[in-house]
Design a protein around this ligand. Sequence first.
Ligand code: NAI
Ligand SMILES: O=C(O)C(=O)[C@H](O)COP(=O)(O)O
Length: 389
Amino acid sequence: MMRKKILVDENVPLAEEYFGQLGQVQRFSGRRLSAPDVIDAHALIVRSVTQVNAALLNHSAVEFVGTCTIGIDHLDTSWLNGQRIPYTNAPGCNANSVVEYVLTALALLDVNWQGRKVGIVGCGNVGGRVFRRLAALGAEVAGYDPLLPEGSLPVSAPLTSIFESDIVCLHAPLTTTGTHPTRHMISEDLLRRLPHGAVLISAGRGPVICNKTLLSVADVRPDVRWVLDVWEHEPWLDPALLHRAAIGTPHIAGYSYDGKVMGTKMVCEALANYWGQTIALAGESGELAPVATVDVPRMTAAEWQQVRKVMCEAYDLAGDDRRLRELVAQAQQSDDPETHLRRGFDLLRKHYPERREFRHFRWASEHRGDRVETMIRALGFAEPVEVQC
Ligand SMILES: NC(=O)C1=CN([C@@H]2O[C@H](COP(=O)(O)OP(=O)(O)OC[C@H]3O[C@@H](n4cnc5c(N)ncnc54)[C@H](O)[C@@H]3O)[C@@H](O)[C@H]2O)C=CC1
Ligand SMILES: O=C(O)C(=O)[C@H](O)COP(=O)(O)O
């Protein structure tokens, strides 16, 4: 019997092991996929860089679309619905990875969140986890999410007050329709409200803030630490904006290896269900790790320094930032800076180091049962290894 053909983006890990159980896997490069490539495919498995719409699929045999990502702004869902082509994403697959990006960014900037006001825009799988985690770790957290039923957040606040917080985290999806579209929703007025020395972390989608506006505000607010993982015109970004950013990364907040593999598994399972087949899903279960709810006592400055060291050793976020800055510097020296930057941005993502989430790290504890240990455990690290002083 002919095996069904499954086209899978080259950056989806373990595709042969998982999707290979369901059909014949053929890889493709996400930005280069075009209509002739999909003509005889039965399933199409993408990541966020492939626009899935009528122009791509109109004349194809594709009967199922999966995206191994959380975001779905690259899928033309109205068209897919109209064609009755089922599609799925991987809700929450890399949410923990983004949480660890946010926490490590604060550690790298030496911003102890305990007692600080944190405002979160978009409180779904990612923002909701950032909310619960930071609240448990001692921050004063409020969220803005007008699409959630009233009362679903422990503390909610209007957008203007969110932007009066010490730390603002953006985790809204990119939407252009509906009652609360997010494209360019973060206005100049909101950005200017940020208090002196605030940190703004943008890890949802780039176009949620107009990057020209962001640059104009960043130019006059050098006191604000801008942490930018997403950019309005990826794979291009404005070097001037990166220059203003305290941390700048190539859209990798969700790029833990664990999060990516979870994305593969979730979509593969959905395809197996659709085709009425069963598959073996080796490794960790498809369940998302629970969020720790331990209340962590206030740490001293010295204790915080120990905690931030452990986090920065587990996740080399400084390296992510450095590699992007090196790329931009090289691009500016090249004959065609824009092309160099676009290609390089994608290559940084394609060859991203294998980053494991905190739960895979054991750390050395000198003082069992102290506040440092409580905090590190609450951050999700594995059991400590006791060190004899
Ligand atoms: N930087 C990265 O690597 C990653 C980025 N993302 C992005 O983060 C987004 C959020 O991810 P999840 O939390 O898992 O999605 P989700 O769908 O679980 O939650 C999104 C939340 O945003 C809310 N929302 C929608 N419009 C809003 C508005 N105008 N103002 C405030 N809130 C609004 C929704 O009500 C929902 O609760 C994804 O759509 C994706 O674009 C996700 C994973 C990794
Ligand atoms: O899951 C999402 O949504 C994300 O933003 C992903 O981390 C994006 O990764 P790629 O699909 O662009 O590789």
